[in-house]
Design a binder for this molecule. Structure first.
Ligand SMILES: Cc1cc2nc3c(=O)[nH]c(=O)nc-3n(C[C@H](O)[C@H](O)[C@H](O)COP(=O)(O)OP(=O)(O)OC[C@H]3O[C@@H](n4cnc5c(N)ncnc54)[C@H](O)[C@@H]3O)c2cc1C
Length: 413
């Protein structure tokens, strides 16, 4: 565990016979997932003293997530500034070519459309979590606490106190809920959500393939859902995200590994030759969640606690990175002069909701368009993809949007 640095500790009344403490900081972040960890580094970079409370042990967190994350090139400046980019990029795959395949049509994007720079990078979540944790452990303004599941909140005139399962109290000016799509803090604060449960789930895993990927990401739209193959650092290894109806997914994952691999290779159309699974695949149920507000009194929602979207375009965490930038922008001037942090969050509340709704709707519609069967939708998709492939001037704005460059530029990064 990190050494407890410049954070204040008060001794409090005993709880269940155990002497407990109240620890104080500028900001308490509940949830040590990718959002909570990176948020702590972003806010500490402008002088905020942060405590991260995570209910699970770090070793469990790392091993239970077999996903990879596609990071837009637009997010790289933030990661560079936080000092984590060099470690990340040394193990990440780069995307220099994107192949979209549907209904026999094909559309190719190559890095000539992006000044010969990668469109984005694929990072293994296991590696990413460890890099962020190491950076946090070395940061003088952040304290990470494992095994601290928050179960209660108390709002006060000058601050907010969270209480965890061990009866420990944690006080700050602001409390950031980065505790995932089912966010217990959001529920404790009584903040509403709009929820849509997709009838599909995503299977994720890693495969070794006979042919090199040449830094190509494949997105194949199948009648039962999209299948993405994403290039990792090793030219013969890619991760996959394969979405199918939830009952198919359960049956596939309970069946023999050989059968799973055969089905995956068949759906993939043999583009990269023979495949072998590296580890057991995992299923992730898919839900779209949009909180009806992101700020309430001293509670701020961020990451999946604020917005969880369909992974079809790999944009969920990229959206979250824009939350960090917007929140830092709102808090930095107040941290500089010691003003209360609670004020000045209305722009964050308003603007981040707009961005999340647009992205949630776009991914929802994209999924629906590619799932529709029937002659007309199939013909429209085929003609649309073929036309997009032949018209480079249409591809450029698409690339700017998908790489997130334009959106982060709007936030001043
Ligand atoms: C299949 C799939 C593929 C994806 N691929 C991509 C991609 O390629 N690119 C991309 O940008 N995004 C992608 N996403 C989205 C991205 O993975 C998520 O947005 C991101 O992981 C969410 O991180 P989070 O930290 O907000 O939430 P979580 O990862 O859910 O973390 C929440 C944390 O809070 C902790 N917690 C919960 N309750 C408490 C409590 N009471 N007290 C303390 N701690 C608590 C939990 O233990 C957990 O560690 C994908 C999503 C899915 C499902």
């Amino acid at each position: 565990m990190a050494v407890h640095k410049s954070l204040v500790i008060h001794v409090c009344a005993p709880h269940n016979g155990i002497m407990n403490h109240t620890s104080a900081a500028d900001i308490v972040i509940v949830g040590g997932g990718l959002a909570g960890a990176l948020c702590a580094l972003t806010l500490a970079s402008v002088g905020a003293r942060c405590i991260v409370l995570e209910k699970s042990r770090f070793e469990d967190l790392v091993t239970r997530d077999r996903r990879t994350t596609a990071i837009n090139s637009g997010a790289v400046p933030l990661l560079q500034e936080l000092g984590v980019w060099d470690s990340m990029v040394s193990g990440a795959g780069s995307i220099r070519r994107i192949e979209i395949l549907s209904d026999g049509a094909r559309c190719t994007f190559d890095d000539a459309l992006h000044d010969l720079r990668p469109f984005g990078y694929i990072v293994d979540n296991v590696v990413w979590r460890q890099i962020l944790r190491d950076a946090i452990d070395q940061h003088p303004l952040i304290r990470w606490v494992d095994g601290a599941g928050v179960t209660g909140l108390t709002m006060e005139t000058t601050g907010i106190t969270a209480v965890d399962t061990a009866g420990q109290s944690w006080r700050a000016q602001l409390l950031i809920a980065a505790d995932g799509r089912e966010s217990p803090v959001r529920a404790l604060a009584g903040m509403d959500v709009h929820r849509h449960v997709y009838p599909e789930s995503a299977m994720v895993g890693i495969v070794r393939h006979a042919q090199p990927h040449h830094e190509t990401a494949f997105e194949i739209f199948l009648p039962t859902g999209p299948l993405a193959l994403l290039p990792l650092k090793d030219p013969h290894v890619s991760s996959f995200v394969w979405t199918e109806p939830t009952d198919h997914v359960a049956a596939r994952l309970q069946g023999e590994e050989d059968l799973f691999l055969k089905a995956l290779s068949a759906q993939f159309g043999g583009y990269l030759g023979d495949m072998a699974l590296l580890g057991r695949p995992q299923a992730w149920p898919l839900t779209r969640i949009l909180a009806s507000r992101y700020v309430q009194d001293r509670v701020v929602l961020l990451g999946d606690a604020a917005h969880a979207i369909h992974p079809i375009a790999g944009q969920g965490f990229n959206l979250t990175m824009r939350d960090f930038v917007a929140l830092r922008r709102a808090l930095q001037p107040r941290l500089n002069v010691g003003l209360p942090l609670k004020e000045g969050l209305s722009a964050y509340n308003r603007l981040r909701q707009v961005d999340a709704r647009v992205m949630a709707e776009a991914t929802h519609v994209l999924n629906a368009v590619f799932l529709s069967s029937g002659m007309l939708p199939v013909a429209v998709r085929r003609v649309g993809l073929t036309a997009l492939n032949r018209l480079p001037f249409l591809k450029k704005p698409f690339v700017r949007h998908a790489t997130g460059v334009s959106r982060l530029a709007q936030l001043g990064l």
